[in-house]
Each structure stands twice: as structure tokens, then as C-alpha cells.
Design a protein around this ligand. Structure first.
Ligand SMILES: [Zn+2]
Length: 337
């Protein structure tokens, strides 16, 4: 009991309080202090409005009442960084047009083209890699699992960095629900700036039946409520004080044109991978790398550790997923790592 209290106090000292930042119209981009009942789920709505916040272009994706005040979940049109902000801070809002010319509208359009493949739709790798630059994007899926979180990966990837290793974690609501202590462990790594987590929605229940073919499996399982799987998991993430990124990872990377169209209408980028290590794909410059951290596909982790032994420099190339669509020009302008 005493330890639990200490952990809570420790974590609380790092998280943003809503009141502190909300008054200045500064978007909250990291974890914020919340308890399970603060989000009024009955107010949760898709918005898709192009607005200004402090003169910056943003798109409001959702609105909801949090601790009695209306907040919006927004994405920066220029950087893909998401955040939450009081609704009163949004100015000059008009309907979002996916044909407008900015980074967010462009990646949304490019990543949701149909017809799309059933397996592996969405963004697969960096848009461009600059001359002499090496980068890769590490994504770790946390699908529901009865097995333990593979903490070793978080130790191993820190060896190439002093602090703040960029990692995208794709979380399912069911994993969070059944792995409380391991979830807190990840929050601690984030709060201590050991890893810099981009939180990716990986659906609420992540259905899977190993006896079924892909055409009727994962989110193509007959009777699945796609809205509940996507928006329902967003609400789980907000209820835990997480700010979801703009990415959505389809379970098994399996989707359909209908689901891709719906995802686009909700403003979300399907996150594929061209280096799913457990399937034998190799890491290349600019790869989105996919491994499972939930104990369900240990072969992928073994292959990652082996790759890091043979080519330890890979560990210094992990890049924040929000930069996956940067052009070479953006990269030259950005501050070197
Ligand atoms: Zn999964």
C-alpha cells in the first residue's frame, strides 16, 4: 500500500495539471493529471474543424468535457504533434478540407488512398531520408495478452541514447486494463524521460481468432463495431491521461477500403510498417519497424536484438514517429539530434 502511494505521488509530480496550462492556451501534449471519472464520455464528438490556436494552424479532431470544461483534441497541421486544449482557445474555425496543402492534410490523403491492400495499408516508411542521414521508427505493439510486458526491450534501446529514446507504443484498451503495473512502469519511463512515447491507438478489444482467415479476422471480424474500437479506445487513452498521436495501427495491419475511408473521416493516419521483424522483413533506412512488446511474438524481439548487435548504429537512428512525413528540407531545418 505504501509503495503504491509513493508511486502515485512520484508520478503526480511529473504530469501536467489541466488548470495550469489551460489558462494560457498552451496545448497539453504530454501526460496530464486525470482520474477515471473526469472524462464525460457522453459529450465525446468528432469535430474535424480547421482552426487557429495562437496563430498556429491546427485541426480540431474531437471535443469532450473534461473536469467540467470543454476541451478539443487537436493536431498541428505543420508538425503532426497532437495535444488537448480548452475549446475557448480555438479561433477562426471552419470545416477541415483534406485537399488543403499542409503536412497533415497531405499525409492524411496519401495514407488513406483506396483501393488499399487488405494487409499493410497506410504509411510504411519515412517520406524521404536526407543525404547522409539514417533514421528508423520503432513501433511496439501492445495487443491484449496474458503474457508479461517484455521490459528488456526498453533497457536495450536506451543503450544508444542518454535520454528520451523515441518509441511509438500502440496500445489496445484491453492491454491497459489487464496490465496495470506494467502500464505504470511505462508511464514512469516516460516521466523520467528515459523513453519518449508516441501513443498510438491500437483499437479497444483487438479481436483475433487464429482459426480464421484475414478476410474475417481482426477488425474485419463480422459484427465488430469499428467506431467503438477506435473512438472507444481514444476515450480509454484520455481517461488514463494519455494524449493519443494522430496514428492508428490496425490490429494485424488488416483493414478494408471501407475502414480506411472511415478512418480518414475521423482524421486518423493508418500506421503500417515495412519492417515487421517477426514476419522476416528487414530494417532499412527510413523503416517503420514493428515488434510486439506484449510477449506474443518473441521472435521479432530476438531479431531486433540480433540486428542491434550486428549493427549497433541502428539504435542511434530511432526518430520520433511524428517526423515520418518530413521532407528533406524539413530535416535540414530541424535541430540536429
Ligand atoms: Zn496487435
Amino acid at each position: 500500500m505504501k509503495t503504491a502511494l509513493l508511486i502515485t505521488a512520484f508520478l503526480a509530480s511529473f504530469v501536467a495539471t489541466l488548470a495550469a496550462q489551460a489558462s494560457e492556451c498552451t496545448p497539453i501534449t504530454k501526460r496530464f493529471a486525470v482520474d477515471g471519472t473526469d472524462l464525460d464520455k457522453s459529450t465525446y464528438q468528432v469535430t474535424m474543424q480547421a482552426c487557429k490556436v495562437n496563430d498556429a494552424d491546427v485541426v480540431s479532431l474531437r471535443r469532450f468535457k473534461l473536469k467540467g470544461e470543454m476541451f478539443n483534441w487537436i493536431v498541428s497541421s505543420k508538425t503532426l504533434q497532437t495535444g488537448i486544449i480548452p475549446e475557448k482557445c480555438l479561433k477562426q474555425c471552419a470545416g477541415f478540407d483534406s485537399n488543403s496543402q499542409n503536412k497533415y492534410a497531405n499525409i492524411l490523403t496519401d495514407s488513406t488512398r483506396v483501393p488499399s491492400p487488405t494487409a499493410g495499408a497506410g504509411i510504411q516508411k519515412a517520406k524521404e531520408v536526407g543525404p547522409g542521414q539514417a533514421e528508423a521508427f520503432l513501433t511496439i505493439d501492445l495487443c491484449p495478452s496474458s503474457k508479461k510486458l517484455q521490459t528488456e526491450i526498453f533497457e536495450r534501446i536506451q543503450s544508444g541514447y542518454m535520454t528520451n529514446v523515441p518509441v511509438a507504443l500502440s496500445v489496445s484498451g484491453l492491454w491497459i486494463k489487464n496490465h496495470h503495473d506494467e502500464f505504470v512502469y511505462l508511464l514512469q519511463l516516460q516521466d523520467q524521460k528515459k523513453i519518449n512515447i508516441t501513443w498510438v491507438n491500437h483499437s479497444l478489444t483487438h479481436p483475433y481468432d487464429q482459426t480464421k482467415g484475414i478476410e474475417e479476422n481482426f477488425l474485419l471480424t463480422p459484427g465488430i463495431d469499428f467506431q467503438r474500437e477506435v473512438l472507444g479506445n481514444e476515450m480509454v487513452m484520455f481517461s488514463q491521461g494519455l494524449v493519443p498521436s494522430i496514428f492508428f495501427r490496425f490490429p494485424g495491419l488488416i483493414s478494408s477500403d471501407k475502414l480506411i475511408d472511415q478512418l480518414k473521416a475521423w482524421g486518423l493516419i493508418p500506421l503500417g510498417a515495412n519492417a515487421w521483424l517477426g514476419k522476416g522483413q528487414k530494417i532499412k533506412n527510413g523503416s517503420i519497424v514493428l515488434v510486439h512488446g506484449n510477449g506474443n511474438e518473441l521472435s521479432g524481439l530476438t531479431l531486433l536484438y540480433k540486428a542491434l548487435e550486428v549493427q549497433p548504429q541502428i539504435n542511434a537512428t530511432w526518430t520520433n514517429l511524428n517526423q515520418v512525413y518530413n521532407s528533406v528540407t524539413d530535416k535540414m531545418e530541424s535541430v540536429p539530434k
